[in-house]
Ligand binder design. Structure first.
Ligand code: SAM
Length: 362
C-alpha cells in the first residue's frame, strides 16, 4: 500500500482511461442500463459516508471482522451493517470472504482517518447534507443561472462555514489534501526563483508554499490568509521545515495585502468567485505588487467546449457550492489579469492545474 500520492499525471491518465472504459461499456450494454447505473452514483458515496462516520475502516484495519463483531464493538445494527458492507464490497472498498468476514481493500484503507493519504475529510465534506442539498438545487440553477448553495441555504458557503466549524475543518482538510496532490506538478511546472520572495495569497496553511520553498532552499515566503488559518499554518510550516523562512501576513484579499514579493501565487482562489469579485481580488493583489513582479494563477483550466475529467466536475462543484465561482479558460483568466493592469505572461499546462502568469509593468 503506497503512502505517497501517485503523480498527478498518473491520476489523470487513470481517470481518462476509466472514462474511456465506461464509454466502451456503453456501446456494449443496453443504453437504459447504462443510464440507470449513472443515476445511482450517489449510493456508494453515502455508503462511504456511513462507514467513515462510524470509523469502520479504522476498525477493519485492526483485522478482518464480521459485521456482527463490528456491530458489537461499535453498538450498531449487525444486519444493516452487513448489508451496507456487502454493497461497499461491490464498489471495491472491502472484500467479503466465505466466513462472512470483511477486510479492507487498498481503496478502502484510504477511508481511514489515520491513513497518510486519507480521503475521509473529503468524503464527509462531499456527502454532507449541506453540500448534497446544494447539488440537488442544480435543477433550479440551470433555470435561473443562480448558484445553488446560497439559493438553498440562504447564505454563502463562507458564512455557512463560520457557523459550522466542523464542516469548515473537513473542507479545509480536503483542500489541503488536494494541494498536496497537486504540489509536485506545480513546483515542477514553473520557474520559481532561486532566491527572493514568493507570496502565497490565500495560501491556507501553506501547503503549496512549503513545497515551493523545499525545492528552493534560498527562497523566502510570505503566507497571506485570515488570522485563524495562519495560526494553524505555524505548525504545518514548522513540520515542513520551512517556518524560519516564512513571514505570516494577515490579509483580506478584498481589502489589503501588505506583502512585497517577486512572485505572487494564488491557487484555487479565483475559481471560488464570480468575475466581479475576481476583479476586486486582483486589484488588491496588483496594488501590493512591485513593478516587474509576477502573479501566478494556479487554476484547473476549463476551455469552453472541451470535456475535462477533473475540471468539468470541479466547475459544476463551483456552480453548486460557491457564490458564483467557476473554472475558467486561459482567455478568461487573461482578461481578468489585463483588467487588473497585469500583462499576461507564460501559460504552463502541468500534469495537474494550469499556471497562468500576469506581470506588473515596470
Ligand atoms: C479554496 S481555499 C485555497 C487555499 C490554498 N490556496 C490551496 O489551494 O490550498 C481558499 C482560501 O482563501 C482564504 N480566504 C477566503 N477569503 C479570504 C479573504 N477575504 N482574504 C484572504 N484569504 C481568504 C481561505 O481562508 C482559504 O485558505
Amino acid at each position: 500500500m503506497p503512502d505517497r500520492a501517485p503523480p498527478r499525471r498518473i491520476a489523470r491518465a487513470v481517470l481518462a482511461s476509466r472514462v474511456a472504459v465506461e464509454r466502451l461499456g456503453d456501446r456494449i450494454i443496453p443504453a437504459d442500463l447504462a443510464a440507470l447505473q449513472r443515476s445511482i452514483g450517489f449510493a456508494p458515496a453515502f455508503a462511504m459516508r456511513a462507514l467513515a462516520q462510524h470509523e469502520i475502516p479504522e476498525a477493519l484495519a485492526r483485522g478482518a471482522r464480521t459485521a456482527a463483531e463490528l456491530a458489537r464493538e461499535k453498538d450498531l445494527d449487525a444486519d444493516a451493517l452487513h448489508r451496507v458492507l456487502r454493497f461497499a464490497a461491490l464498489h471495491g472498498l472491502v472484500r467479503l470472504d466465505r466466513r462472512g468476514r470483511f477486510r479492507l481493500t487498498r481503496t478502502g484503507h484510504v477511508l481511514r482517518g489515520d491513513h497518510p493519504a486519507s480521503v475521509r475529510p473529503w468524503v464527509l465534506y462531499a456527502t454532507s447534507p449541506a453540500v448534497q442539498q446544494a447539488w440537488a438545487g442544480v435543477s433550479d440553477t440551470i433555470r435561473t443561472g443562480e448558484p445553488s448553495f446560497p439559493a438553498v441555504h440562504g447564505e454563502s458557503v463562507w458564512s455557512y462555514f463560520e457557523k459550522h466549524p466542523e464542516e469548515e475543518r473537513q473542507f479545509a482538510a480536503s483542500m489541503r489534501r488536494i494541494t498536496e496532490l497537486d504540489a509536485p506538478a506545480i513546483v515542477a511546472g514553473y520557474d520559481w526563483p532561486e532566491q527572493g520572495t514568493v507570496c502565497d495569497v490565500a495560501g491556507g496553511v501553506g501547503t503549496l508554499l512549503a513545497a515551493v520553498l523545499n525545492a528552493r532552499p534560498r527562497l523566502r515566503g510570505v503566507l497571506v490568509d485570515a488570522r485563524g488559518v495562519l495560526a494553524e499554518a505555524e505548525d504545518h510550516l514548522a513540520k515542513a521545515g520551512v517556518r524560519d523562512r516564512v513571514e505570516l501576513s494577515e490579509g483580506d484579499f478584498f481589502e489589503h495585502v501588505a506583502a512585497k514579493a517577486d512572485v505572487y501565487v494564488m491557487k484555487d482562489v479565483l475559481h471560488d468567485w464570480d468575475d466581479e469579485r475576481c476583479r476586486a481580488i486582483l486589484a488588491t493583489v496588483r496594488e501590493a505588487m512591485p513593478p516587474g513582479a509576477r502573479l501566478v494563477l494556479v487554476e484547473t483550466l476549463q476551455e469552453r467546449d472541451e470535456v475535462e475529467p477533473i475540471a468539468s466536475f470541479v466547475d459544476v462543484l463551483m456552480l453548486t457550492q460557491t457564490d458564483g465561482g467557476r473554472q475558467r479558460s486561459v482567455a478568461e483568466l487573461h482578461a481578468l489579469l489585463r483588467g487588473a493592469g497585469l500583462t499576461p505572461g507564460e501559460v504552463r499546462r502541468t500534469a495537474g492545474p494550469g499556471l497562468v502568469e500576469g506581470i506588473a509593468p515596470r
